[in-house]
Design a protein around this ligand. Structure first.
Ligand code: TNX
Length: 872
């Protein structure tokens, strides 16, 4: 028997003993495979591959998978393994399909186990499962295998036997190739990377306002005109700040068929999306006759006029029939995605034919007009033998039971559909939208914001079937699966100011935003919920980072975090063995001679405000994003089981260890479990029993101004008065303190005539530096109304951005408005429009006296404004 090399994860743990607790070492008895297999057993020895090993396969399907295995092993091991129908000696690897395993393993399950006399057995009931068995086998190999052969020159895997199959049938990823074009060869690399994580659906968002990307032979102008935007084109530059003469591209039908075949070999089906009837500017430019005969002036969520085709034009249905016919020829998968999202129905409002249609078909409102349109598309798809899937907006009781919907703003539309018996896929924005920023953005690629930052943890800790969803077993079956998404409005080549990251083109930017969030989503898709634990996932990710670095992928490396407690700060690297570089003067550790490598020793808590860290993979010169400061563990918890109805209680917590310096401090009381939030009234900070500061609650948040506070003048105590009003006494929660960032400019005031929805939502909430509080109007905002931030004096600013709308949702955003700046406080110039409720502009050091939002139309809802973000 060959000697065992130390297997990868233990190797890492042992290399940095100060970082690896005994607990972590014990828990290392899992394979470093992503997604984590459903069942695994640690065994005495790993699988051994020698230069003489033979891959044994007989049926064509076995041989096909065997070839993939041989090709993958070649660069890693340097071994050229032959594929034969049998083998007598050596350490053969048998890849075998045994149809009778279907009951046990299903279509995509597999087993990996030891056979007699050094045989490795990878088996499944079907080709798909066999392919996944081989994928897992690859991951059981040590990373950078070449460097890790044992004394005999053999390669030995981690010692696990595995029986595995997926949790969900639909394990998807969507990439938007309309807003920015991704080359076909880059899509193939994406397919390879997805297959390694056992994802099996790639949705291509092929059409949108910004470009039509699929050749349609009967309607050549769709690509001749619709695939190109810019000053030399009929389709204008669509993204803010663009000045292309001609930008775009499309895939020919031959190319797409080639991609379909390539993906199929890797157990991935491609779902084409033709987004209708909205998001259709590219169609409208190519074939203007598809638009309503009379157009209103309304704009879409992204600020486009005239981008929804007419549901009252019979010719449009003929055209769609032809298009779907060609699409179905290319994409054999059962589903075709017809979009259906974000149609601004107002675009249809003024059209007499649409009004006629409403009378004729007895359609009560414009939503029903869209339902009518969707039903017509259902018939067209059925004619081409395809099932329909569309965004949550198409949901309606009148659709066929087979039509599936895809939830995106939250999970609820998916859960509700599932309860009605409609199949649903969850692509919940706050967990699955990789066009959102990673947390703590600083000198990072531009991104959307509306669903808030989506960190690796948010992506991982997505529980698609929580108890609160209220799904019974039958309804759960209707949740087909989960899908990550990358919308590409902001997916462009980008270079950081400091040089820590360079993304050469759209594809590199797409990779950076996708990885490793899609690793997390893949595990949500595959691994049973009870086996999923973020801390363990992070340990397994160490190998994945190394794989990605070796393969030359761009990806986001998690920064370290730091935690302050008992007067000390501990740095927590994202995975064992990760190198963390830091400075204590707030300067960026990237390319900084003052940066130190953390040696595992605690730092003094006085450095908290100046601590700046980056994780580094020195071998590859890869850096994480920058993380500043240290978090503070909860100062305490609350629970209400003993509270009488409506009773007010006073809770007190020692906080000397937590509040350690002068500044603005925030206290919050988030619930972690149960029916309702605590209703906080007021709070005080006492030093040696004397009141130092007091605050009234704003929806359970308190802000204390401790600008003149001296920490060591006596013990600090936080005293909170709160009530609990819900009947169910089941809630528990944390008491958190955190330091708020100092305002960039002091003394800003806000002026507006827009009535706020009470004190908790007044203009002062725009100035408190607290992202949890905001301004909320108590009525629609009228055309020409303004909300103005006035600076005490004209100040040179680098940039300004403003997000409107409810946090993590697209509700209550302002769309028909502009952001303006003024140098003298009187004359204003436009610097940005709003997309998804957000406005952003570079000011390049211009001296600014005032910044305002000017409504250019009446809003459709009450409006929320979050804090204005300015940089100097
Ligand atoms: C919403 S998700 C959209 C897309 C945007 C995306 C940005 C969906 C069905 N529609 O058009 O690109 O948000 O996050």
């Amino acid at each position: 028997m060959q000697s065992l090399p130390t297997y990868t994860l233990l190797g890492l743990l042992l290399a940095v003993p100060s970082l690896a607790s005994a607990q972590e070492q014990k828990e290392a008895s899992f394979p470093t495979v992503v997604p984590l297999p459903a069942e695994y057993d640690q065994v005495k020895s790993g699988f051994v591959i020698t230069p003489e090993s033979v891959i044994v396969a007989s049926t064509p399907e076995e041989v096909r998978v065997a070839r993939l295995l041989a090709a993958w092993l070649r660069p890693y091991t340097g071994f050229e393994l032959p594929i034969k129908a049998s083998a007598a000696t050596g350490n053969p690897i048998r890849v075998i399909i045994e149809p009778e395993l279907d009951k046990k393993l299903g279509r995509e399950g597999y087993e990996i186990c030891h056979g007699e006399k050094g045989w490795t057995i990878i088996r499944a009931a079907h080709g798909a499962g066999l392919f996944y068995g081989v994928q897992t086998f690859r991951q059981l190999l040590p990373v950078a295998e070449r460097a890790q052969k044992n004394a005999d020159g053999n390669v030995v895997t981690e010692p696990f036997q595995i029986v595995d199959q997926p949790r969900f049938a639909w394990r998807g990823f969507m990439i938007d190739v309309s807003r920015h074009f991704i080359k076909l060869e880059d899509l193939k690399v994406l397919v390879d990377d997805m297959a390694a994580l056992k994802l099996n659906i790639l949705q291509l968002h092929l059409t949108d306002d910004d470009g039509w990307r699929i050749e349609i032979k009967k309607y050549p102008k769709l690509t001749e005109i619709g695939a190109w935007r810019g000053t030399d084109c009929q389709l204008p530059n669509t993204r803010p700040g663009e000045n292309h003469a001609r930008y775009g591209g499309f895939y020919t039908q031959e190319q797409l068929k080639d991609l379909v075949a390539y993906a199929k070999e890797r157990n991935i089906d491609i779902v084409p999306e033709i987004d209708l009837p909205g998001h259709a500017l590219a169609i409208a430019k190519a074939y203007p006759e598809t638009l309503p005969a009379v157009l209103s002036d309304a704009v879409s969520t992204q600020g486009f006029k005239a981008n929804a085709i007419s549901p009252a034009n019979e010719k449009n249905y003929e055209m769609i029939d032809d298009i779907i016919g060609e699409v179905a020829e290319i994409f054999p998968y059962a589903y075709i995605h017809i979009g259906g999202d974000e149609v601004n129905h107002k675009i249809w409002e003024a059209c007499p034919q649409i009004k006629e249609l409403m009378v004729k078909e007895k359609l009560a409102n414009l939503h029903q007009v869209q339902v009518y349109f969707t039903k017509r598309l259902e018939t067209i798809l059925a004619k081409h033998d395809r099932k329909m899937i569309g965004w949550q907006e198409i949901a309606d009781n009148n659709l066929n039971k087979e039509t599936a919907i895809m939830a995106w703003i939250g999970s609820e539309p998916g859960w509700n559909a599932a309860k009605r018996g409609t199949p649903a896929v969850l692509g919940t924005g706050g967990h699955c939208y990789f066009d959102m920023p990673y947390p703590g953005a600083e000198d990072e690629p531009p991104s959307h914001w509306w669903a808030g930052p989506v960190g690796l943890k948010n992506a991982y800790e997505f529980d698609p079937l929580p108890a609160r969803a209220g799904l019974d077993k039958a309804a759960e079956k209707n949740i087909l699966g989960i899908q990550g998404a990358l919308w590409t409005e902001y997916v462009v080549g980008w270079k950081s100011k400091s040089g820590w990251l360079e993304l050469k083109d759209e594809n590199e930017c797409a990779q950076f935003k996708t990885w490793p969030r899609l690793h997390a989503t893949a595990e949500v898709c595959w691994t049973p919920q009870h086996l999923r634990e973020y801390s363990q996932f992070r340990l397994r990710m160490a190998d994945q980072y190394e794989h990605m670095a070796l393969a030359g992928r761009k990806f986001y490396l998690e920064p370290a975090t730091a935690e302050q407690s008992h007067g000390k700060i501990k740095i927590l690297p994202p995975y064992p063995g990760a190198e963390v570089r830091y400075t204590l003067d707030g300067s960026d550790p990237f390319g900084n001679s003052k940066a130190q490598v953390w040696d595992g020793k605690p730092l003094d808590s006085s450095v908290r405000g100046r601590l700046a860290m980056r994780t580094v993979m020195p071998k590859y010169n890869i850096f994480s994003t920058l993380r500043r400061g240290a978090t503070i563990p909860p100062v305490g918890t609350w629970e209400v089981s003993q509270w009488a109805a409506g009773e007010a209680k006073t809770l007190s917590f020692p906080v000397s260890d937590h509040i350690s310096e002068a500044g603005r401090w925030k206290v919050s009381l988030p619930k972690t479990k149960g029916s309702a939030e605590l209703a906080a009234d007021s709070a005080e900070l006492r030093q040696d029993g004397k009141v130092l500061a007091s605050a009234m609650a704003n929806r359970n948040n308190f802000v204390f101004d401790l600008s003149t506070f001296t920490p060591d003048k006596g013990a600090l105590e936080l005293v909170v008065t709160a009530r609990y009003t819900h009947e169910k006494r089941d809630a528990i929660g944390n008491v958190l303190v955190e330091m708020l960032a100092a305002p960039v400019v002091l003394g800003i005031t806000v002026e507006t005539k827009i009535a706020s929805n009470g004190k908790d939502f007044d203009a002062a909430q725009l100035l408190d530096g607290d992202p949890a509080t905001y301004f909320w109007s108590s009525r629609m905002v009228e055309k020409d109304e303004t909300l103005t931030w006035v600076l005490p004096e004209a100040t040179a600013l680098k940039s300004v951005s403003l997000q409107s709308g409810q946090p993590n949702s697209t509700k209550d955003q302002i769309l028909d408005a502009v952001l303006e700046v003024s140098e003298d406080g009187k004359t204003f110039t436009k610097v940005s429009g709003f997309a998804y409720g957000a406005a952003k502009a570079e000011l390049n050091g211009k001296k600014i006296k005032a910044i305002r939002v000017l409504a250019t139309g009446k809003s459709a809802s009450w409006i929320i404004f979050q804090d204005l973000v300015i940089t100097k």
